[in-house]
Design a protein around this ligand. Structure first.
Ligand code: SF4
Length: 286
């Protein structure tokens, strides 16, 4: 049940559908009082979404509706959506209105063997909202997926994890120092532990690895990531995503220090080499 206060300020808000998450969005939630943000985040009554997109075929199996949350503290150097880092850049929506939007797509998603994906930002930084949204999606009979950096996996109980049909883990690095180098100095122990917990629970996973020349293209590190993914025994698919510059304008508009402004996308040979490392472990690579 939503609080009266939350309902009164937010029922009229619908998250605007985006052509893609690459649209820059800022300050959509700055008029929400701080105390309300805190209580709503704690209860999951309210979530902050950057946007939602329909018709995605790359964020899980089949055709997907994707909701993009705001808030992330990883600050990856290659992030193409830095406007999702700040909660107040998102549009505040009640859990009720989010579920209603999802309900509109339920039949179509089932017909197209698709589903609902919660991405971000880091969705589990709004873990109560995420858990309630996934539970509602399962009640609607919709396949569910989360795209996560894995750091806050311990915020979901085993029961709540059972409402998520697929965890798409954006793996930044396996070596702790490399993980700190790619992110804002973040330790990856919680990420590793979350992966191992998912494996113990036999929860299906996809692994994603962004290939950035000069930052994440070391063969030994790729090998470590691939071997770790394979060792889990639940990774159904691994993907090597080539770095691109589609998010550069966001870094510039937001006045952030973008260290990769001169970095070119990886060559097709480099992509093939990285993909080959994953393949050699026996993983299904796409
Ligand atoms: S975890 Fe994702 S959203 Fe967060 S900074 Fe990294 S790439 Fe961006």
């Amino acid at each position: 049940m939503e609080s009266d206060v939350t309902s009164s300020i937010s029922d009229h808000r619908l998250v605007p559908e985006g052509r893609s998450p690459f649209e820059l969005r800022v300050n959509n939630g700055i008029d929400v009082p701080e105390n309300e943000i805190r209580s709503s985040i704690a209860s999951g009554d309210l979530g902050f979404l950057h946007s939602f997109t329909t018709g995605s075929t790359v964020d899980g199996p089949g055709v997907r509706v994707v909701a993009w949350t705001t808030l992330c503290m990883f600050r990856c150097r290659y992030c193409h959506n830095p406007d999702t880092w700040t909660l107040s850049n998102g549009t505040p929506v009640t859990i009720g209105s989010a579920v209603e939007q999802l309900r509109k797509y339920a039949v179509g998603l089932k017909v197209m063997n698709g589903g609902f994906t919660l991405s971000g930002g880091e969705p589990l930084m709004q873990s109560r909202f995420a858990a309630r949204l996934f539970a509602a999606a399962k009640d609607l009979g919709i396949h569910t997926a989360i795209e996560t950096n894995g750091f806050y996996g311990d915020k979901l109980s085993d029961r709540e994890l059972s409402d998520i049909d697929l965890v798409i883990l954006d793996m930044k690095a396996f070596h702790p120092e490399q993980h700190k180098r790619v992110t804002a100095g973040i330790d990856n122990k919680p990420v590793i532990e979350f992966c191992q917990r998912l494996a113990a629970l036999h929860r299906p996973m996809w692994f994603r690895y962004v290939l950035v020349p000069g930052l994440t293209d070391d063969d030994e590190e790729i090998q470590r990531v691939a071997e770790f993914a394979e060792s889990l025994g639940v990774v159904q698919r691994a993907e090597v995503l080539p770095f691109h510059q589609m998010g550069r304008y966001k870094w510039e508009k937001l006045g952030l220090d973008y260290t990769l402004s001169q970095t070119a996308p990886p060559s097709s040979a480099a992509i093939a080499r990285a993909t080959g490392i994953f393949c050699a472990t026996g993983l299904n690579v796409t």
